[in-house]
Design a protein around this ligand. Structure first.
Ligand SMILES: [Zn+2]
Length: 318
């Protein structure tokens, strides 16, 4: 599923044109300095989707007057990816530090530029993610949150969830991912934190054997608390399910028992009918001619048939 396409609100040619303007800085009317890098950007583009930039570019802000902004806490590679998303709609993480090292790894997996053909292929195959991929999504989500770019938050949180959910816990450095999520997202985050906590609960047995988990949970008290709460919810759910299963089993047994009773009753009724039929057709023994003096006998405990045996000569009548 090429996630990028649904976020491309402009035709590809226009996106490419804006991409070129981002690269060349031509007609730029705003300068963003991030680390040692200068980004010559266009207010028209950065303000369109970001209320953060919209506000800063107003005349009553220093940045609006000087048309310059210095981002001190932002990673330049992450900011480059934010700009690429704003300019072209392309979501890519493969130039973000950490992911970049993995561009030509032995397994052939790399960062996750959704737009490239290879990654579309990987995406379809649902390849497992690396820790670096996931950290890159977390960083882009945090930037989307900081600059208030809703589309970027949507895409990055979806990518984070999809990749995390299909990656075995053994492939990941989960303590590092916890560290990143609980450092980069606000306390009330409802996108990355619940997904990560759910993943941790599902893989708790493996994670609890990792010494780094103890240390990260000691540092991230909020995560430890949320993990505990989710584990309790999971345990409650399981115990409710066990009670429900037991109730269902008891009902099944009762159902089987009552079915058996119904069948026995039907057999008895049939036997009665049969007896009435014999009595109606046989008044005397067909062998010795005497009147029956014996009681009706059943063929066997499971039989619905009965017989009359003459008391004088023991001839069977059925
Ligand atoms: Zn007889």
């Amino acid at each position: 599923m090429p996630l990028t396409d649904s976020y491309l609100e402009r035709p590809r040619g226009i996106a490419e044109m804006w991409g070129r303007y981002l690269e060349s800085g031509e007609y730029s009317d705003f300068l963003v300095t991030c680390g040692s890098r200068d980004f010559h950007v266009h207010r028209l583009v950065i303000c369109h989707k970001s209320s953060y930039f919209r506000m800063l570019c107003k005349d009553n802000f220093k940045e609006g007057i000087t048309q310059k902004l210095e981002l001190v806490d932002e990673d330049p590679d992450v900011f480059q990816a934010v700009l690429t998303f704003l300019y072209t709609g392309i979501y890519e993480t493969d130039k973000i530090a950490g992911s970049a090292e993995l561009e030509i790894p032995p397994e052939g997996s790399c960062g996750s530029s959704v737009d490239s053909e290879n990654d579309e292929e990987n995406h379809r195959k649902g390849r497992p993610a690396t820790t670096e991929d996931l950290v890159a999504h977390i960083q882009l989500y945090a930037s989307g949150d900081k600059f208030d770019i809703r589309d970027l938050k949507d895409v990055s949180s979806k990518m984070f969830r999809n990749q995390l959910m299909r990656t075995p816990v053994e492939n990941l450095d989960v303590p590092q991912i916890i560290q990143a999520v609980y450092t980069c997202t606000p306390l009330n985050d409802a996108s990355l934190r619940p997904v990560l906590i759910d993943y941790c609960v599902q893989n708790l047995s493996t994670l609890l054997t990792q010494p780094e988990m103890a240390s990260v949970l000691a540092d991230m008290g909020q995560c430890a608390f949320e993990l505990l709460r989710a584990y309790k919810d999971e345990a409650d759910l399981r115990s409710r399910k066990a009670v429900e299963d037991q109730r269902t089993a008891v009902l099944e047994i009762k159902k089987a028992e009552s079915q058996q009773l119904r069948e026995s009753l039907a057999k008895l009724q049939k036997r009665d009918t049969h007896l009435m039929e014999i009595l109606a057709s046989h008044h005397n023994c067909r062998n010795c001619g005497k009147v029956f003096g014996g009681a009706p006998q059943v063929y066997g405990p499971m039989s619905d048939r009965v017989m009359l045996r003459c008391k004088a000569c023991y001839t069977k009548h059925s």
